[in-house]
Design a protein around this ligand. Structure first.
Ligand code: PLP
Length: 364
């Protein structure tokens, strides 16, 4: 079977096998990682290794802290303004789809006013605003954007610059839930990067936050302890009991990326081939269509519709019978969506495009 789920998503088979082999008795220690004290030597070693590997994969500079926290990426929608609005100012956003909108709503709900610096709402989220269209407010505290909108399949093709109209730079904050680790990244351009784990990192529940250390001083003092980046950083992400097993599995994924794939440059090349194959299949057909402008097409999430919506049901049924799972689009937009995260192999994409061509020949 091939799993094209948008999240929780497929994990590398090699990782699942290793987890199975280590499940009952971790390296002869007589217990499962799930049963270990998070403060014990063995788990602390697992935690430290995972951070070292993630730092190496993303070439994270030393002045950034890496947090392994919980509550999903959605909890960061709330934690971010608490952590970054302590010195006043307003949160600024580039709005390119449903997840960005949720981040905006949560900030508004908690702190009232926000400034939307640019939006792709007018073009139906089919193209990301250009740099010159992003106009921050004079009181911008930071600029938040969503690198890859998981539902719309809309991705930034550049890293925006976050500067107030008077030229003062402000921290750039990015929701990278559905694109982190899919390609190399210049972390130094960002103030905060955060990502829910359940796409390219590991099991749901865990959230990775990468924060520049000078930003740890901007927090409001009225926030829940567990939101606090400083508290998490100082406690090695162990303010309370962390999601130990998810964290361990994330470590196995990082190791797989390093050892089996050969790092993020190699991963990016594989991801580029996968996406090119699927978009070519869509663009070359009379049955399938994707509305996103070429430069902003996501390599991770590929939504597409069928020319005749009545064929959607048979498409999904036959795909599932052929072992191609979870191709149904997000419930809010319908249609189809194939997610091509790191763990989805080139063979999986080939099986999908073969099926699509065959389906079109028979039913299109
Ligand atoms: N941001 C993006 C880009 C996502 O794709 C998702 C979930 O799919 C979220 C945020 C929300 O993540 P969570 O369900 O972990 O809160």
């Amino acid at each position: 079977h091939y799993n094209f789920c948008a999240g929780p998503a497929a994990l590398p088979t090699a990782v699942l096998k290793r987890a199975r082999d280590e499940l009952l008795d971790y390296h002869g220690h007589g217990l499962s990682v799930m049963e270990m004290s998070h403060r014990g030597e063995d788990f602390v070693a697992i935690a430290e290794r995972s951070e070292v590997d993630l730092r190496e994969l993303l070439a994270i500079p030393d002045n950034y802290r890496v947090l392994f926290t919980q509550g999903g990426a959605s909890l960061q929608f709330a934690a971010l303004p608490y952590n970054l609005l302590g010195a006043g100012g307003r949160a600024n956003f580039v709005h390119t789809g449903i997840w960005g909108k949720k981040a905006i709503s949560e900030t508004r709900h908690l702190f009232g006013d926000v400034h939307v610096a640019a939006s792709s709402e007018e073009n139906g989220h089919s193209a990301v605003p250009r740099q010159q269209e992003i106009v921050l407010s004079a009181d911008a505290a930071y600029l938040h954007y969503t690198a890859n909108e998981t539902i719309g399949g809309l991705a930034f093709d550049y890293i925006p610059e976050a500067v107030r109209p008077d030229g003062t730079p402000v921290p750039l904050v990015c929701d990278m839930s559905s694109s982190i680790l899919s390609a190399p990244l210049d972390v130094a351009k960002f103030g905060v990067i955060y990502a829910g784990a359940q796409k390219n990192i590991g099991p749901a529940g865990l959230v990775v936050v990468i924060v520049r250390d000078d930003l740890l001083d901007r927090a409001r003092d009225d926030m829940p302890t567990l939101f606090g980046y400083r508290a998490l950083a100082e406690a090695g992400s162990m303010v309370n009991t962390p999601a130990t097993y998810s964290w361990y599995l994330a470590g196995l994924v990082f190791d797989w990326l390093k050892q089996d794939i050969g790092g993020l440059t190699a991963m990016a090349a594989i991801n580029a081939r996968k996406a090119a194959r699927l978009y070519a299949a869509i663009d070359g057909s009379g049955l399938y269509a994707n509305p996103v402008t070429l430069r902003n097409r996501s390599r991770m999430n590929v939504p597409f519709v069928l020319a005749d919506p009545r064929l959607e049901r048979p498409f999904l049924e036959e795909a599932e019978a052929a072992g191609l799972l979870n191709l149904k689009g997000h419930r809010s937009v319908g249609g189809m969506r194939a997610s091509l995260y790191n763990a989805v192999s080139e063979a999986a994409v080939e099986a999908l495009t073969d099926f699509m061509a065959d389906f079109e020949k028979r039913r299109g």
